[in-house]
Design a protein. Structure first.
Length: 426
């Protein structure tokens, strides 16, 4: 690369949308004018994610010997010294600092102390200074409404990378979404680290359901509203009511379940039990029959037996999960789970494989059931799209941002549907 700013981002959707914010901040500060700059936005959720970030730093240096290479994200926030010690990295930027042009305005690497610009993330108490969004053409925007987490699940390092839970005021969210809709955006996804904790730090302590209802009421031009990952046990009554009655709130929820065994859930310090998850899915499906569920599940958590692993595998069918994310357990230094009796790595691998196979079979059943039906498809780029329940489709349409009526004609590769356009909703 001859100049400019490149961002390499790992991890969650929130990290992805923050990548656009940090790039804008870096460009505003003048990075990339005199020499190329590479910003590596890391993830800390697993040890492999941290290794991926370090490999990206090394690859970036090999490909761009003259570039300024900076590392940010959760892994850099939690272990800044590890990245600062890499000879390929010129600087380390904290999760809070990465959003601001002033962070990038000074020279990096003049001394070892100047190489690290990472504040104590737990000292951050204010709400997000602005909304960050990523827009896929005019199709979809991801809007950050919450950051941080006040919970302490025993396996999770993310609170140490993100700090305390803090929320964007409802008025700012509504105004930002109204602007996106005025610019032609058809769908908005609300995102956060712990989305269902939204509002606890705001005056009057509004809940996520209150925010959802306010958006739908005050932005009538919004065609589709969608939620990112939620904690089902924290879903408030207004949110459930909105999911049951609001056609513009899309019938899809991705649930942070992690396990289907009560003892493992207790050792994880989760706030729900197996029956709570099953009941939540059954109740919502009764109120919104077209809803689909995704979920995160961890394979091989410390002390997990074969029977416990089977309880987790069975949860896929019991909750009717169609879109599964499987995480082989990865001990994060400093977390309570890292000090618990571990499961042997070959067993973790085998259990993760069984979960993925069960998830693939569940997805195939979900896809097969839709063949022959009519559905509204939001067309994205490259002739792809999404149904309201987030099912991916291939469709012969070059109209990103349009919602079209389509007939589902086939399943492709067990992973997505093939659809033919029937009519145009606009």
């Amino acid at each position: 690369m001859s100049g400019g700013v490149e961002v390499v981002s790992f991890g969650c959707r929130l990290n992805g949308l923050e990548a656009a914010t940090m790039k804008r901040a870096a460009v505003e500060a003048g990075l990339g004018r005199d020499r190329p700059a590479v910003l590596v936005n890391s993830c800390a959720v697993t040890a492999e994610a941290v290794r991926d970030a370090k490999r990206a730093v090394r690859r970036a240096r090999a490909a761009n010997p003259e570039a300024l290479i900076l590392v940010s994200g959760c892994a850099a926030q939690v272990h800044p010294e590890d990245f600062a010690a890499m000879p390929e990295a010129d600087g380390v930027v904290g999760n809070h600092e990465k959003r601001f042009p002033g962070t990038y305005a000074r020279d990096f690497g003049l001394s070892e102390g100047e190489k690290i610009r990472v504040d104590d993330v737990f000292s951050i108490r204010e709400t997000a200074p602005h909304l960050a969004e990523v827009v896929d053409g005019r199709t979809r925007a991801v809007v950050e409404v919450q950051n941080g987490c006040d919970h302490r699940c025993t396996f999770c390092i993310i609170p140490f990378g993100r700090g305390p839970s803090r929320s964007v005021p409802m008025g700012a969210v509504v105004d930002g979404i109204r602007r996106l809709v005025d610019e032609g955006c058809a769908e908005v996804v609300l995102s956060g680290v712990d989305l269902t904790s939204y509002g606890a730090d705001l005056p009057g302590t509004p809940r996520l359901g209150t925010l959802v209802q306010a958006i739908l009421a005050h932005v009538p031009g919004l065609r589709r509203l969608r939620l990112s990952s939620i904690d089902s046990v924290e879903a408030d009554e207004a949110l459930v009511d909105a999911m049951a009655t609001e056609a513009r709130l899309m019938p899809h929820l991705h649930l942070s379940l992690q396990s289907g065994d009560d003892l493992i859930l207790k050792r994880m310090k989760r706030r729900h039990r197996r029956a709570d998850a099953v009941r939540f899915c059954e109740d919502l499906r009764a109120k919104r029959p077209d809803i689909s569920f995704g979920a995160d599940l961890i394979a091989g958590f410390p002390t997990e037996t074969e029977a416990m692993a089977e309880n987790t595998r069975a949860l896929i069918a019991d909750c009717g999960i169609a879109f599964l994310h499987v995480f082989p357990f990865s001990a994060r230094p400093g977390t309570p789970a890292s000090r618990m009796p571990p499961v042997a790595p070959p067993l973790i691998t085998a259990r993760a494989k069984r979960l993925r196979e069960a998830g693939a079979a569940a997805l195939r059943r979900h896809l097969d059931a839709k063949v022959g039906s009519l559905a509204a498809v939001l067309v994205e780029r490259n002739r792809t799209g999404r149904l309201p329940d987030f099912t991916p489709v291939a469709i012969m349409s070059d109209e990103p941002g349009r919602i079209v009526e389509a007939r589902i004609v086939a399943v492709e590769g067990g992973r997505r549907l093939i659809a033919e356009k029937a009519s145009d909703h606009g």
